[in-house]
Design a protein around this ligand. Structure first.
Ligand code: 2PG
Ligand code: MG
Length: 393
C-alpha cells in the first residue's frame, strides 16, 4: 500500500486447525502447490480491491474495511478471500502509521506490552506425535518487564529440550508447527510433567504458569473426545481438566471442548472460576455474533483474537472491544502457519489486552513477534509491561 507520504506492507497467516465458522481462506485448488496457491486471492487484491479502495484515505481504516466487506458481499469473505482482505486491511493500518511516522501500536491505543504465552510442546494437528492436546504453553507473567519474561521463557524452552532429550533421546527434540517440541508423550500428564520440571529446573516456579490449548474439535467425533487412549464424554473430559488444574499450575485453558459446545465451556468455566481462564478460539472465531452468544451463555473468560478468522482489522477491533466492555479478556494470537508479519504484536500492545500467543521462542516467524515486542518495550519502557493483569480468571 502506497500513499504520497506512506508505505504499508502486510501478509495473512494460515491455520492448520481452523474453526468451521472462520472466514474463508481462498486457495486456488488444482495441482499447483498442491492446491494451496493463492493466485485468485492475489488477483482479487490487484483488481477488484485495488479498484475499489484506490484514492481512499488510509487514516479511515473503518471506511476502507467497510468497503472491503461490501465489495465481498458474503458473510464469510468467500468472494474475495479473507487472506486477501486481511493482508489489505493490515497494510492500510501500517500505511496509516507510516504516514504519521509512528509504530502501528501507537495509532491503535493504549500502549501496554502483553505477557507472552509460549507454546513449547506441540500436539494435535500441529505435530505427528499422537498427543491430543494441541498446545502446552508456558506463561511467564510475574515479571517486571517483557524482556525478563521472554528471557525466562527462552531459558525454560531450552531446559525442556534437554529434559526431552534425556527422556526420549535427541531424535525426539524435533519441532512442531509452532516451534514447540513434539516428543512422543503417551499421556497429557507426561507433557505437563516435563514442562513443570523445566520451569522448576530453570528456577521460575513462582513466576511462570502453564496454559493449554486443547483445540478439542480436532479430537472430537461422534459425541466423544479421544484423549490419552480413552474415549470421554463432555463430563469425563470436564473431570479430567479439573484434575489437571489441581495437579499443575495451569491458569489458562483454550477450546477445552468442541466448537459448538457453548454450554460445556460454561460448566467448566464455573467449576474453575477464579483459578483458570477459559479462552474461546474455534468457539468464537473472532466473530461478533458468536462472541455475543458466548457472552450470553458465560462460556469464556477471554477471547482468542485472530484477524484472519474474520478478515479485517476493524471487525477484529470490534470483537476485542465487545469483550473488553463485557469484562472479558483478550489474547491476540498468531496462526500455526505464520509469516514474518509483526502486526499482531502491535495490535496486542495497541488494544492493551495484556496477553499474546506467538508460539515458542524459536523459528523466525514466531520470534519476529517477540522481537517486535522487545523493540516496542525499548520505546515505551518496562513499566508498560502488563504482567499478570491481562489474565481474566
Ligand atoms: C490455535 C492456533 C494458533 P491454528 O488453535 O490457537 O496457535 O492454531 O492456527 O492451527 O488454528
Ligand atoms: Mg486455538
Amino acid at each position: 500500500m502506497r500513499t504520497e507520504k506512506g508505505f504499508g506492507r502486510a501478509s495473512s497467516p494460515s491455520g492448520a486447525s481452523t474453526g468451521v465458522h472462520e472466514a474463508l481462506e481462498l486457495r486456488d485448488g488444482g495441482a499447483r502447490y498442491g492446491g494451496k496457491g493463492v493466485l485468485f486471492a492475489v488477483k482479487n487484491v490487484n483488481s477488484l480491491i485495488s479498484k475499489r479502495i484506490s484514492g481512499m484515505d488510509v487514516s479511515g481504516q473503518a471506511e476502507i474495511d467497510r468497503a472491503l466487506c461490501e465489495l465481498d458481499g458474503t458473510s464469510n469473505k468467500s468472494r474475495l478471500g479473507a487472506n486477501a482482505t486481511t493482508a489489505v486491511s493490515l497494510a492500510v493500518a501500517q500505511c496509516a502509521a507510516s504516514e504519521r511516522g509512528c509504530g502501528l501500536h501507537s495509532i491503535l491505543g493504549k500502549g501496554k506490552i502483553p505477557a507472552p504465552m509460549l507454546n513449547v510442546l506441540n500436539g494435535g494437528k500441529h505435530a505427528g506425535n499422537g498427543v491430543a492436546i494441541q498446545e502446552f504453553i508456558i506463561y511467564p507473567l510475574n515479571f517486571n518487564s517483557f524482556s525478563e519474561a521472554l528471557c525466562a521463557g527462552s531459558e525454560i524452552y531450552h531446559t525442556l529440550r534437554a529434559l526431552i532429550s534425556k527422556k526420549y533421546g535427541s531424535a525426539a527434540t524435533g519441532l512442531g508447527d509452532e516451534g514447540g517440541f513434539a516428543p512422543p508423550c503417551k499421556k497429557t500428564e507426561d507433557a505437563l510433567d516435563l514442562i513443570e520440571a523445566s520451569i522448576s529446573e530453570a528456577g521460575y516456579q513462582k513466576k511462570v504458569k502453564i496454559g493449554i490449548d486443547a483445540a478439542a474439535s480436532s479430537f472430537f467425533s461422534s459425541g466423544k473426545y479421544t484423549v490419552d487412549g480413552k474415549k470421554l464424554d463432555a463430563k469425563g473430559l470436564t473431570d479430567k481438566y479439573i484434575s489437571l488444574a489441581k495437579s499443575y499450575p495451569i491458569v489458562s485453558m483454550e477450546d477445552p471442548f468442541h466448537e459448538e459446545a457453548f454450554e460445556d465451556f460454561a460448566i467448566l468455566r464455573k467449576k474453575l472460576a477464579r483459578r483458570v481462564q477459559i479462552v474461546g478460539d474455534d468457539l468464537t472465531v473472532t466473530n461478533v455474533s458468536r462472541i455475543k452468544k458466548a457472552i450470553s451463555v458465560n462460556s469464556m473468560s477471554s477471547l482468542l483474537l485472530k484477524v484472519n478468522q474474520i478478515g479485517t482489522l476493524t471487525e477484529s477491533l470490534q470483537a476485542a472491544s465487545l469483550c473488553q466492555r463485557a469484562g472479558l479478556g483478550v489474547v491476540v494470537s498468531h496462526r500455526s502457519g505464520e509469516t514474518e508479519d509483526t502486526a499482531i504484536a502491535d495490535i496486542a500492545v495497541g488494544i492493551g489486552c495484556g496477553q499474546i500467543k506467538s508460539g515458542a521462542p524459536c523459528r523466525g516467524e514466531r520470534t519476529a513477534k517477540y522481537n517486535r515486542l522487545l523493540l516496542i518495550e525499548s520505546e515505551l519502557g518496562p513499566r508498560s509491561f502488563a504482567g499478570a493483569s491481562g489474565l481474566v480468571l
